[in-house]
Design a protein around this ligand. Structure first.
Ligand SMILES: Nc1nc2c(ncn2[C@@H]2O[C@H](COP(=O)(O)OP(=O)(O)O)[C@@H](O)[C@H]2O)c(=O)[nH]1
Ligand SMILES: [Mg+2]
Length: 196
């Protein structure tokens, strides 16, 4: 599959308040995870764009939901969690914003929870996944930065992390790298299958 329709992506707006989010009939694909996990990089890679979604040098600086339209779907960059240097006021804005989005009556296509393949899952990752499971939202796990590990280390980490995260056998799991492109085509194909 090519990058189409993803390469036709357009950034539309940033929202700092869940009540301002626009209604949309199209399936929504959202991306959530720790600050610096590689969310922006993954979205750019899926779109086949260099820097449409800003890859920040100052992680966790903004607490907004960023909205992207592609033909037939909406892509949503959710604010990252767990960055120690984030101000208290930014941290307090995260939960109402992200939970505000998840608790609306929306057309959820898939929520991608990104987890760095190199590290143990954090308590916040575990909480995120159990929240999504409890709310019966469709979610998948995307391991990032796979280029940093050998293929055999990747396999070990995937099985260890799936246990830590409480991922059941029917959770979709992707192993990706925005640096060398590993797994990106699988994510695109999966999104396309959810859109069909
Ligand atoms: N080696 C490697 N670095 C990555 C990868 N994805 C992201 N990064 C780097 O990780 C940092 C944070 O990436 P970013 O996409 O801004 O993360 P976000 O805060 O989750 O949006 C940046 O320095 C990226 O270049 C990857 O797949 N491999
Ligand atoms: Mg980002």
């Amino acid at each position: 599959m090519s990058t189409a329709p993803f390469s036709q992506v357009k950034f539309t707006a940033s929202y700092a308040d869940a009540s301002a989010l626009p209604a949309s009939p199209l399936p929504e694909f959202s991306f959530v995870g720790r600050s610096n996990v590689g969310k922006s990089s993954l979205m750019n890679k899926i779109f086949g764009r260099k820097n449409l979604v800003k890859v920040s040098s100052t992680p966790g600086k903004t607490t907004t939901i960023n909205w992207f339209d592609v033909p037939g779907a909406t892509f949503i960059d959710l604010p990252g969690y767990g960055f120690a240097q984030v101000s208290k006021s930014d941290r307090e804005r995260w939960r109402p914003l992200v939970e505000g989005y998840f608790e609306q009556d929306r057309t959820f296509g898939q929520v991608f929870v990104l987890v760095d393949i190199r590290h143990d899952a954090s308590e916040l990752d575990i909480q995120m996944i159990s929240y999504l499971a409890q709310h019966e939202l469709p979610f998948s796990i995307v391991f990032t930065k796979a280029d940093k590990l050998s293929a055999s280390k990747q396999r070990k980490q995937v099985s260890a992390l799936c246990k830590q995260l409480g991922a059941t056998g029917d959770t979709y799991v992707f192993v990706t790298s925005s640096a060398d492109g590993q797994g990106i085509e699988d994510v695109r194909a999966f999104i396309a299958s959810c859109m069909a």
